[in-house]
Design a protein around this ligand. Structure first.
Ligand SMILES: Cc1cc2nc3c(=O)[nH]c(=O)nc-3n(C[C@H](O)[C@H](O)[C@H](O)COP(=O)(O)O)c2cc1C
Length: 277
C-alpha cells in the first residue's frame, strides 16, 4: 500500500499554505508533503475503508506521546448508519457524518484511570482537578491528529467534528460513555468523492505565529491584514462568499452566544464527572 503521491515540493506547498515565498530553503520529504497538503474533506463515498486501515490509524494515535504515559483517551468507532444519522443531527446537521463510512468519537477518558486506581486500592483524587482534564484534552488531540496523518497517508479524507460538543450529554448517552469521559471531538473518515471540494487553505504567516525568544506582536495588525487578503483570495477561488478573516473570527468571539450553546460547557463537564477543581 503506497501513500498518495503529492507532486508538489514542500516549497510549493508552502506557497499554497501561506501564499508567500519561503524565506529559506526547505527540507523536503514525503511526510512533510503529506502534512503540508492537509485539507478537511466534507464529501465522502459510501464504500467502507479497507481492512486494517482503522487499526493502523489508531496505532498511529496510540504512538503519539502521552503525558506521564497516562493514556487518557479512548475512541469510539461508529459505523452503524442509524447512530451516524443521530450523531449528524446532534452535531448540528453535519450530513457528512452520516455519509462517511466511519465516524470516530475521540474521548477524553479519565474513567479508566479511576477504575485502575480503584482496583489497585487507591483513591483517584488528582482526577478531580482541572489540570487532569487539560492533560486529557491535550493527549486526546495529539492522538487524534496522528490518526489524521495516518489516514491521509492511506488516501483517506478526514474532517474533525467539534459539533460533537453541541450536545455532549446526548452523545455520552448514545455511545454509553461512563462518568469522567467526554467525546471532545469527532472525526469523519472515508474516501473523498471525486468532486470533494477542498484545497490547501491559507494560514496566518509565520511572522504572526512564530515568535523568537519572546512573544512579540508589534506588527500584527498589518500582517494579519495581509492574511485577510490571502484568505479572501482563497474564498473567491473556491467560489465561496468573500469575507475578511478578521471579521469572521471577531464575530466568532464577540459574544457568548457565538459559542452556539456551548457557553454552559463548564457545568456540562461537571455533570459528566469532571469537577475541574
Ligand atoms: C477541533 C476541531 C473541530 C472542528 N470541527 C469542525 C466541525 O464541526 N465541522 C466541520 O465541518 N469542520 C470542523 N473542523 C475543521 C475546520 O473547520 C478546518 O480544519 C479549518 O477550517 C481549516 O481547514 P482545513 O482543515 O481544510 O485546512 C474542526 C477542526 C478542528 C481542529
Amino acid at each position: 500500500m503506497t501513500s498518495p503521491k503529492i507532486t508538489l515540493s514542500t516549497a510549493q506547498l508552502w506557497e499554497r499554505r501561506y501564499r508567500n515565498q519561503p524565506s529559506t530553503s526547505l527540507p523536503d520529504n514525503e511526510i512533510l508533503r503529506l502534512q503540508m497538503a492537509h485539507h478537511s474533506v466534507r464529501s465522502y463515498r459510501s464504500d467502507p475503508i479497507p481492512e486494517g486501515f482503522l487499526e493502523i490509524g489508531i496505532a498511529a494515535a496510540s504512538s503519539a506521546a502521552t503525558s506521564s504515559n497516562l493514556q487518557t483517551w479512548s475512541v469510539v468507532a461508529v459505523k452503524d448508519q442509524e447512530k451516524r444519522n443521530r450523531l449528524a443531527e446532534l452535531a448540528g446537521g453535519q450530513v457528512y457524518i452520516a455519509q462517511a463510512p466511519v465516524f470516530l468519537a475521540w474521548v477524553v477518558d479519565l474513567s479508566r484511570l479511576e477504575r485502575v486506581a480503584q482496583r489497585e486500592g487507591h483513591s483517584a483524587e488528582a482526577l478531580d482537578y482541572a489540570e487532569s482534564f487539560l492533560m486529557g484534552t491535550f493527549d486526546t488531540g495529539i492522538a487524534a491528529q496522528n490518526a489524521v496523518v495516518a489516514f491521509e497517508s492511506l488516501g483517506l479524507g478526514t474532517v474533525y467534528i467539534g459539533g460533537l460538543r453541541n450536545h455532549p450529554e446526548e452523545v455520552a448517552a448514545l455511545l454509553e460513555l461512563p462518568e469522567r469521559t467526554i467525546a471532545v471531538v469527532g472525526m469523519c473518515v472515508g474516501y473523498p468523492t471525486d468532486n470533494a471540494a477542498g484545497d490547501i487553505k491559507p494560514r496566518l504567516a509565520q511572522d504572526v505565529v512564530l515568535h523568537h525568544e519572546q512573544y512579540e506582536h508589534h506588527q500584527e495588525a498589518e500582517r494579519v491584514e495581509a492574511y485577510n487578503q490571502r484568505a479572501d483570495a482563497y474564498q473567491q477561488e473556491q467560489g465561496l462568499s468573500s469575507r475578511r478573516w478578521t471579521e469572521t473570527v471577531s464575530m466568532r468571539v464577540a459574544k457568548a452566544a457565538s459559542l452556539g450553546g456551548r457557553h454552559v460547557m463548564r457545568h456540562v463537564l461537571q455533570r459528566l464527572g469532571f469537577p475541574l477543581d
